[in-house]
Design a protein around this ligand. Structure first.
Ligand SMILES: O=C(O)CCC(=O)C(=O)O
Ligand SMILES: [Fe+2]
Length: 381
């Protein structure tokens, strides 16, 4: 009797928690990943190959960058949908996010935060003095992870002079931010290095995921080869007033998948169970990384993968950080289900989708919970 009860409980428990997948698993990794994408639309990865030191450093960098004054962060605002810096706003009053829109141009992102208006617009190279000064501020590597928000310090820059007047050609383009009180911020080269290393490590992991998802679907190849990816650094400004309120409202991701470093100290991410529709906690596990399947993966898998709805809720008044890599989709070609995933029992569900168009339609029609895919149904279905 006891054994039967234990078996039922184990069965229930296995169903209750989001799957945890060991990325070093030799046999059946592809199948396990596909199963998680189909049944849960999310999973947690352990033994994923991104070091805990690098994860801690990236979190410190995130905190530092989001600590910069608004005038600096605003230099990375974009007019394109879903891109660039998003400040707190009436829709998401506790949420703020910086974006490396294309992970291949992370240097441009750093340049925008770092360079003085003159350097960015006139092409003047920093002088040797500037370099000497900047490098003199560089903390030793062993000190990196524990530095937190000190990674960026207000350094007096010997070469910086208050601009006398804006060059006429820049006025009105919104490209020449004025620095209040002539302050400038020197970004430690180490910040660029951490961002670069983190992107590289997460990108390698994404590639492994792409290959294994192909394998688990009975296909061969590098699914994400040459695909567009975006890195976001998120800060949730939780306070006593935000407890019980939403950090980010219910949505599915307009991506293929999202690799998430959540905050090991602050929970709040919840996912909607595919079968019961219940909201379940997707709590952090130190050292692990989470994955959410997005709408584009549902289209690619011909409806098999579950584009999981999720939200982030404030449960305690503690600042929460998260770092997400969005694997958006192919660059320059449309997404469609491979012919191997289409047969008489599984007719093609969606027309080929342009990821940019998809994002625009989704936003303009305010369809943030996966329904936008219905607008891309194949005529036959
Ligand atoms: O911060 C998180 O934990 C999740 C953020 C999220 O859902 C998103 O950026 O799409
Ligand atoms: Fe999301």
């Amino acid at each position: 009797m006891k054994t039967i009860v234990a078996m039922i409980l184990l069965g229930k428990m296995a169903k209750v928690g989001v799957p945890v997948i060991d990325m070093q698993k030799v046999d059946g990794l592809g199948e396990a990943l596909v199963k998680a994408c189909v049944e849960w639309g999310c999973f947690r990865m352990v033994n994923h190959g991104v070091s805990v030191e690098l994860m801690a450093e990236m979190k410190a960098v995130t905190a530092s960058l989001l600590d910069l004054p608004e005038e600096i962060k605003r230099r990375t605002i974009s007019t394109e949908q879903g891109k660039g810096y998003i400040e707190r706003n009436p829709g998401t009053p506790f949420f703020e996010t910086l974006s490396v829109d294309d992970i291949m141009s992370h240097d441009e992102f750093c340049d925008r935060l770092d360079a003085s208006p003159q350097q960015r617009h006139s092409g003047i190279e920093p002088t040797n003095d500037y370099h000497k000064h900047t490098y003199a501020c560089t903390p030793p590597r062993w000190y990196r992870a524990s530095m937190g928000s000190q990674l960026i310090r207000r350094c007096p820059d010997p070469t910086y002079a208050e601009p006398k007047a804006q060059p006429q050609s820049l006025i009105g383009l919104g490209q020449a931010p004025t620095l209040a009180q002539g302050r400038r911020f020197t970004m430690y080269p180490i910040i660029r290095e951490v961002i670069y290393e983190y992107i590289k490590a997460i990108r390698d992991l994404a590639e492994l995921l792409g290959r294994k998802l192909m394998e688990g679907s009975g296909l061969v190849g590098d699914l994400f080869d040459g695909w567009c990816c975006q890195l976001r650094m998120n800060k949730y400004h939780y306070c006593p007033e935000s407890v019980g309120l939403s950090g980010v409202g219910l949505h599915s991701d307009p991506t293929f998948l999202t690799i998430l470093q959540d905050d090991e100290n602050v929970n709040g991410l919840q996912v909607v169970d595919k079968y019961s529709g219940e909201s379940l906690p997707f709590d952090p596990v130190p050292g692990s990384l989470a994955v959410n399947v997005g709408d584009i993966a549902k289209a690619w898998s011909n409806g098999r993968f579950y584009s999981v709805k999720h939200r982030v809720t404030c449960f305690e008044p503690k600042t929460r950080y998260s770092i997400v890599l969005f694997v958006l989709g192919p660059n320059g070609t449309k997404v469609e289900a491979p012919s191997e995933l289409v047969d008489s029992e599984h007719p093609r569900l969606y027309v080929p989708i342009d990821i940019k168009e998809y994002r625009n339609v989704r936003t303009s029609k305010r369809l943030h919970i996966g329904n936008a895919l219905d607008l891309f149904r194949s005529p036959a279905t």
